[in-house]
Design a protein around this ligand. Sequence first.
Ligand code: PA5
Length: 449
Amino acid sequence: MNKVVSIDVTAVSEVVSCEEIKGQAAFAKKCNEALHDGSGKGNDFLGWLNLPSSITAADLDEIEATAQALRNKCEVVVVVGIGGSYLGARAVIDALSNAFDWLQTNRKNPVVLYAGNNIGEDYISELTAYLNDKSFGIINISKSGTTTEPALAFRLLKAQLEKKVGKEEARSRIVAVTDAARGALFSSAKKEGYKMFVIPDNVGGRYSVLTPVGLLPIAVAGFDIRKIVEGAAYMEKQTAPDVPFEQNISEIYAATRSELYKKGKKIEILANFNPKLHYIGEWWKQLYGESEGKENKGIFNASVDFTADLHSMGQWIQEGERSIFETVISIENPNQKVEVPTDEENLDGLNFLTAKRVDYVNKMAELGTQLAHVDGGVPNIKISVPQLKEEYIGQLIYFFEKACGISGYMLGVNPFDQPGVEAYKKNMFALLNKPGFEKEHEAIQKRLK
Ligand code: PA5
């Protein structure tokens, strides 16, 4: 590939020296090797490691054909899922989409909407009202097939679709993405005869964007999933353990984060200077937060959208408690070109920018922010992405996933489980008096009295 995603960690040097990062090289490599030889924690969830190089042309054909069938029938496709079952797709679709495409009446791509990632009654009510006069389809994604939020949303949407187009036609507009043999979604999909895709057993939700979980909605939205996979496959090679540390951007990122954490930098803020990357931040937070935050350890992950958040959280970042570091995703080249026009009266005083590109102003904001934050005691890591195009997004995804696996091992935790997520579910089921939770129901009622 001509252009590649790259990393620059020189702006952490006031807190962590180059030598200290290099001092972590052998350990980062050992952790990378442990991922590849399966000797680390959670080694039954390593299927994501070689997804890009192992996905077949037939797999991609099937995803594209299913996406095309939905595209042919639907103005709107609702992706039902939560956590790893929707964030990757949403991150990629938002990053690649024209921000105003969904407002166009003569779109060539269906609008992709999301449900099952919250339990907001107003949200689902407004969504179903919007869908009333639309021709729509559903991609229902749940690995376990038993998660409450998507199950509830799917029940409502399925009933609406069946009422609107009849049971048989509804069947042709519903696709299930789930486990190969278990769970309520698997059973209902089998019974109803929905088109089904399998999430491999050894791929956890937050590492599943390069399976049909992410690729099917992305293809429905009209993007080239082959290029995404191609970019990810390139990064799979570039982050393999046999690539020297100095060229291995996932190992460098993991080693730098690990050193910063040891120096008391407990919060990492992922910043972008492009509103299309908001959901990349949401996906990244889930990937790292759920992978590392356990055993009372782990960097807390936050994200900001600049320059908007420079006018809110920017104050805290510049002068608040010095427990943070910042990772900036920088898009080298925009896809469009807009120059600042001249204005005879110059009432806004902006003529000094005449004929400059808007992106030039953005880049100066980015550089000015980096310098200010470093001066304010916030170490800065820069991830450069050549352009918002499928192949680079594929590279970025794999880079972050690989670094997350290495980081988790460097921290000494299992980056592939999420035991803490069960606590709220147990209480919610007890409160709802779900069958099987009778004892917990009694106990929680007593506690609340
Ligand atoms: O990363 C994970 O494993 C989780 O975030 C899951 O993706 C999320 O809880 C949804 O689970 P499921 O796909 O089983 O509905």
